[in-house]
Design a protein around this ligand. Structure first.
Ligand SMILES: [Zn+2]
Length: 119
């Protein structure tokens, strides 16, 4: 795939997520307004907001990664692992165009091990 094709995929994903976030944001603002008038049951409100925050947080995380990837396209560093600068597998980029890591480092991220220091 050409870099412009990845860019198109990323821009489409960014639009999709932005739209979804807008929808979620409206819901969250509604909750805040309710909470302002509600003096009891604060713990319940907090629980509900906690759930919304967690779900929205995941989308934020991807959106952030999509925007970072678009930035890397601008800077000519797209398709390289942010840990070791190695080329990310084409298959991975096709599946997750906003990925920051090569397969090796992605697996390390998933199990929670910090990446080795780059010397
Ligand atoms: Zn890597």
């Amino acid at each position: 795939m050409e870099i412009n094709e990845y860019k198109d995929l990323l821009l489409a994903k960014e639009k999709e997520l932005s739209t979804a976030m807008e929808y979620d944001g409206t819901g969250a603002r509604g909750l805040d307004a309710d909470a302002a008038h509600e003096t009891v049951d604060h713990s319940v409100d907090d629980d509900i907001k906690g759930v919304l925050f967690t779900e929205g947080n995941l989308q934020w995380k991807v959106l952030e990664q999509v925007r970072e990837a678009l930035g890397r396209i601008e800077h000519g560093t797209y398709g390289r692992c942010v840990v070791d600068g190695g080329l990310i597998e084409k298959k991975r980029l096709k599946a997750i165009p906003w990925t920051r890591y090569c397969l090796k480092h992605e697996q390390q991220e998933e199990v929670g091990d910090p990446p080795p220091p780059t010397l």
